[in-house]
Design a protein around this ligand. Structure first.
Ligand code: ATP
Length: 511
């Protein structure tokens, strides 16, 4: 599949050849470490997939990882090898030292990037899609969390293949209370069992990703998955708004609108989209992207700070629904990922569809409250002194369950320490400008703040990964990627079930 663009020596499958350094990322099923491959003294990323969380078939997973190793394009993250280490699977890949666009936005660009940076990121991503589609593959998980950046300005699409397999084999077996993809990035035809989908579904996801990069969150991300499914089918496609998105160019708006056409046959191919005027006068990514990271601490400190923030938020939410919140956050983080759904959860969510506006409203207020209090009054312009006003009565109810969270500025770190035992020094040592997470969020619109919490990633424990006995290993072997007959069959039946749920909801709604 193309020429060699990166170092392609054989990497060993012996875990003791890899020295794991800091944690540089985490998703629903994996923790990613910066690591050194000792024989070559080369920096790599090691993605440790927790098989207990996934309950997957190792052979399926290895087949997908093998696919990744065959992909060879400057805009696709290269996987070197994979092997099992006790109850985890390690995937060794290129290290991208600025992490994902998703994490970068959560750290420092909560309202999204400027158009110039978006243009570069999208153009490089589109080149990756053009390559994959040309070779007959569908990525199926295009989203900001899977677009990785390097400090030199490199942009690479990640998670090709592995995620697909994981979600197929893992989630469905685990049943309720496990992770579910929120279908924010999912094309409408994926929900129509009769129509089938093809690479044009990636173009829809690409359009949604463009909106995610522009706003800091994907459209509909504040809603529960079932609601998103319904909105994707019923509503007009999301897009850049004439009024709200004045700062973006006409050609950007046009390009996004071309991707987000419900009729997949009317969507352009990646190749055609690359010729759109929006991508004509793009600066080299080295120029447009480098400045994004200019004043930021190293990736691992950013990731650690995000985890502390998550932990603090979960501490504030010590109430019966805290577990739900954690799941919800994970759902958002995980995204549409391979377009598979947890049937039991969808059933439960379907029964909530009528009330989810209330839920969303409550969450919005709750989130506003968190930031108001956590930032010690800097956000809540209405109350001035940080106390809640009558419009936030629902929130009062929540906070009374949580306990006193109306913290004064001087009490902020004390509060953190008391509730999560996070040393203040640890927060300061991360080297952030003061309140970096909130800098771009002060006095933002309600819509923006409301999505912050959804975008937060569940905190994960590092201790799950064991660096010991190797139980199953092997080099990556060439195999075909599209060999998912059993998985595909399951996927199709799942889609029929979803379709059935949706029809039921329509009937319920019309009654
Ligand atoms: N090669 C890499 N170099 C640097 N950081 C990486 C690399 N791969 C992944 N990451 C970081 O780790 C995060 C989680 O990785 P990944 O998305 O693969 O995990 P996951 O569990 O499959 O997530 P999800 O299920 O949410 O897609 C990414 O968002 C990114 O920030």
């Amino acid at each position: 599949m193309g020429g060699t663009h990166e170092q392609s020596q054989n990497f060993s499958t012996n875990p003791s050849d890899y020295k794991l350094l800091e944690e540089v990322g985490y998703g629903a099923t994996a923790t990613v470490y910066r690591a050194i491959y000792l024989p070559f003294n080369q920096l790599v990323a090691v993605k440790c997939l927790d098989l207990d969380r996934c309950d997957i078939n190792l052979d399926d997973l290895r087949r997908e990882a093998q696919t990744m190793s065959l992909v060879d394009h400057p805009n696709v993250v290269k996987a070197y090898c994979s092997f099992a280490v006790e109850r985890s699977l390690w995937v060794v890949m290129q290290f991208m030292d600025e992490g994902s666009c998703f994490h970068l936005m959560k750290t420092a660009y909560m309202e999204g990037f400027e158009e110039e940076a978006i243009r570069s990121i999208l153009k490089e991503t589109l080149k990756a899609l053009q390559y994959l589609h040309h070779h007959g593959h569908i990525h199926r998980d295009v989203k900001a969390g899977n677009i990785l950046l390097g400090s030199s300005g490199a942009v690479k699409l990640a998670d090709f293949g592995v995620a697909t397999c994981l979600f197929d084999a893992g989630d469905r077996q685990r049943g309720r209370n496990t992770f579910v993809g929120t279908p924010c990035w999912m094309a409408p035809e994926v929900l129509q069992p009769s129509s089938g989908y093809n690479s044009k579904a990636d173009i829809w996801s690409f359009g949604i990703t463009a909106l995610e990069l522009a706003h800091g969150h994907a459209p509909f991300s504040k809603y529960p998955p079932m609601k998103v499914l319904l909105m994707t089918i019923q509503n007009a496609p999301p897009g850049l708004d004439y009024d709200r998105d004045k700062k973006f160019s006409k050609s950007f708006k046009e390009m996004v609108a071309m991707c987000l056409v419900k009729d997949q046959t009317k969507r352009p191919s990646a190749e055609k989209l690359l010729k759109h005027s929006f991508f004509k006068h793009v600066k080299p990514p080295q120029l447009s992207l480098k400045k994004l990271f200019a004043d930021l601490p190293p990736l691992w400190n950013r990731v650690k700070a995000l985890q502390l923030k998550d932990a603090a938020q979960l501490a504030v939410k010590k109430m019966p629904s805290a577990e739900e919140e954690a799941i919800s956050q994970s759902q958002y983080q995980r995204g549409v990922s391979a377009w598979n759904f947890d049937i039991d959860d969808l059933k439960a969510q379907a029964s909530l569809v009528r009330n989810d506006d209330d839920i969303a409203e409550m969450r919005e207020e709750d989130e506003n409250n968190f930031f108001t209090n956590y930032k010690a009054g800097a956000v809540d312009s209405q109350s001035g002194n940080g106390k809640m006003n009558s419009e936030k009565s629902k929130l009062n109810k929540i906070t009374s369950q949580v306990g006193a969270i109306d913290i004064k500025e001087t009490e902020q770190s004390e509060y953190l320490n008391k509730n999560k035992k996070i040393p203040e020094s640890e927060i300061q040592e991360l080297g952030f400008p003061k309140n970096i997470f909130w800098e771009r969020n002060v006095s933002t619109s309600k819509a923006t703040t409301s999505n912050v919490e959804k975008d937060i990633i569940m905190t994960k424990t590092k201790g799950q990964m064991v660096k010991s006995r190797q139980t199953h290993s092997g080099p990556l072997l060439p195999v075909t990627i599209l060999n998912h007959s059993k998985l595909e069959r399951e996927r199709i039946s799942t889609r029929y079930f979803i379709f059935f749920c949706i029809i039921s909801c329509f009937i319920l709604d019309s009654n």
